[in-house]
Write a protein that binds this ligand. Structure first.
Ligand code: CTP
Ligand code: MG
Length: 583
């Protein structure tokens, strides 16, 4: 391993360069004591403020993070800028409306700035001096949003002062760069952590996600004052990769709550409302109108599709200003709760996210997952599989959902639409695991475990943390943790599941072979995670083998080879399960 480190010293400047490029460009005029200052302090001290870390500093609750980020987004504006700009003058101009807490630039259909003021009033002040453009023969819909366009007055006079702006990166690294970084790593564990660092959402990307929700909320609030648009799914559950979609839901539950509480005496006031036949029809009507509104008036929104007959009706659109593909639903509190649960699992042990990111990237590299809906395994299902696997370790790395329920107190009690969604929400009340297995071992055993899982008869169940008989005949059954009668992977076909199993076995085998015969440091061969992950490498490995033998024979031979060496090395594997042919 040390030799590998020496070999790759030549590539090290690349890593240094990476850190420099990604260092955020911001923080010129910050206000001490604000939420942002707090988030930043934690980010600096522990890597990621929101997702936990190795140290035992108190970790924030999901709801705290959501509320802080939401409030921060409400003080923030989005500005489309000329490609070259004088940053100092730009900030000075904006700070006439109040102190700025944070800002950064990024590229999406031109240069954009995200500017967070210290106070909400500054946003109103800026809106008050902003004009609606006159577009010649065309007409503008005078919608006063928080998405602005900055123009240079007398741009000729300013040319000498304009400079190119350093932009914050909003996308994941290219395959080539990832390959270089993985080859630079010193161990497989280091590779998994490198991949996590490169793919996880940055603070800026998270800000942009909350800001996008906040901008959509402004549109929805025109119809439903007091509503909230909340992000859920991988944008907030700590398993999101740069470039993942932005799932958001329109939360109308809060509307009217406070006023109802305030009334006293013998009278109770209710709003006059229109009745519709069912909750589903209400959802469809609401989303239809919001979809129409985003399409007609929503600045930066394009390609709006209203998919109202889906099991969960939604509006899908591209928010070009931020570059996010968005899915807007309503009444999705259970999904928000499952995001909270995943956030907790991700924060409980630093190995969880590293493992999930690697499995997600592995699946993507082998086309097991896709951004197009279909019969494929989803990232959500893969995350559940990793959590389940970590619950099955000895000692377990993650607790079961039932155990988290036993730790809950009265305040944690949560019933949504008749489903018990109760679990402890204070991360600091859950004891860390005593398991010290390495990421390398865990990844290898993940592949072995699922390469041999009895998918034909068993269901994956993170509530109980053990295999259960499948209640129905779908090829892959993963129980929804809260709506327990639902299978989150009902869409997965037998052939897609088989592809997953074959690739898991093959990856276990590659790992196993490498353990015996890792490429020499000077050979420049991909090793460890790189050998499993990069599409070109993966395809090459598969293709070269496919040429030689049909897949079933190939897999059988791989298994035989592992089986025989597994029995040879039974002491080396420390009594853990060796791969077997039962499927
Ligand atoms: N969800 C669910 N049941 C499903 C699919 C999704 O409960 N069958 C919920 C989960 O909370 C999930 C969220 O909807 O996190 C968003 O779904 P999706 O976008 O498919 O998954 P993500 O977790 O966001 O992952 P990705 O990065 O692929 O978008
Ligand atoms: Mg998503």
């Amino acid at each position: 391993m040390a030799a590998r480190g020496v070999r790759l010293l030549t590539l090290l400047p690349l890593r240094v360069q990476r850190r420099q490029v990604q260092r955020p460009l911001r923080r010129l005029l910050s206000c001490p004591g604000t939420v942002t200052a707090d988030l930043r302090r934690e980010e600096q001290s522990s890597g990621s403020a929101e997702t936990g870390s190795e140290d035992r500093t108190p970790k924030k609750r999901f709801s705290e993070v959501q509320n802080e980020r939401r409030e921060q987004a409400q003080r923030t504006v989005l500005i489309h800028c000329p490609n070259k700009i004088n940053e100092k003058k730009f900030l000075k101009f904006l700070s006439q409306h109040g102190p700025i807490n944070n800002h950064f630039f990024y590229e999406s259909f031109g240069l954009h700035a995200v500017v967070e003021f210290c106070q909400k009033e500054s946003v109103t002040s800026l809106q008050n001096i902003t004009r609606t453009p006159s577009l010649g023969p065309e007409a503008a819909i005078p919608f006063k949003s928080r998405y602005f366009n900055l123009k240079l007055r007398n741009s000729l006079n300013q040319t000498s002062e304009l400079s190119s702006i350093q932009c914050s990166n909003q996308s994941s690294p290219s395959s080539k760069k990832l390959y270089q970084l993985l080859c630079c790593a010193e161990s497989v564990d280091d590779q998994l952590n490198t991949l996590l660092r490169e793919f996880q959402l940055t603070d800026e990307n998270t800000r942009l996600r909350y800001l996008t929700c906040s901008l959509i909320e402004d549109v929805a609030a025109a119809y439903f004052p007091g509503c909230a648009v909340r992000p859920f799914g991988s944008s907030v559950n700590s398993f999101g990769k740069l470039g993942c979609d932005l799932d958001m839901f329109l939360d109308l539950d809060e509307i009217g709550k406070f006023t109802a509480q305030k009334t006293s005496g013998n009278f109770l006031m209710e709003f006059q409302v229109k009745n519709v036949p069912s909750e589903r029809v209400a959802t469809q009507k609401i989303l239809s109108v919001i979809g129409e509104c985003l399409d007609q008036f929503g600045p930066g929104c394009a390609g709006v599709q209203r998919i109202l007959n889906a099991r969960c009706p939604l509006v899908r659109f591209s928010h070009q200003a931020s570059g996010f593909q968005c899915d807007l639903t309503t009444n999705n509190r259970i999904a928000l709760k499952s995001s909270e649960l995943l956030y907790m699992y991700g924060a409980l042990d630093s190995r969880v996210r590293a493992l999930v990111f690697s499995v997600r990237c592995w699946a993507r590299a082998h086309s097991l997952t896709s951004s197009i809906p279909g019969a494929w395994i989803t990232n959500f299902s893969l995350t559940m599989m990793v959590i389940f696997f970590l619950q099955r370790r000895s000692p377990p790395i993650l607790p079961t959902l039932d155990y988290l329920k036993t730790l809950a107190d009265a305040e944690d009690k949560c019933i949504i639409e008749g489903h018990n969604c109760t679990f402890v929400r204070d991360l600091n009340r859950i004891k860390p695991s005593g398991n010290t297995e390495t990421l390398e071992l865990l990844l290898k055993e993940f592949f072995e475990y699922f390469g041999n899982f009895a998918f034909n008869k068993n269901s994956i169940n993170i509530r109980q943390g053990r295999e259960q008989n499948k209640p129905e005949s779908s090829p892959l059954h993963i129980q929804n943790p809260f709506e327990t009668s639902l299978n989150i992977s009902k869409n997965v076909s037998q052939s897609q599941l088989q592809k997953f199993v074959d690739l898991a076995r093959e990856s276990a085998w590659i790992f196993h072979q490498e353990g015996k015969d890792r490429p020499s440091p000077s050979s420049n061969q991909p090793w460890g995670l790189a050998a499993l992950l990069l599409p070109s490498v993966a395809n090459n490995v598969s293709l070269s083998k496919k040429k030689k033998k049909p897949p079933s024979e190939r897999i059988k031979n791989l298994l035989d080879s592992i089986k025989s060496s597994g029995s040879e090395n039974s002491t080396a594997t420390n009594g853990r399960r060796a791969i077997s042919t039962q499927a």
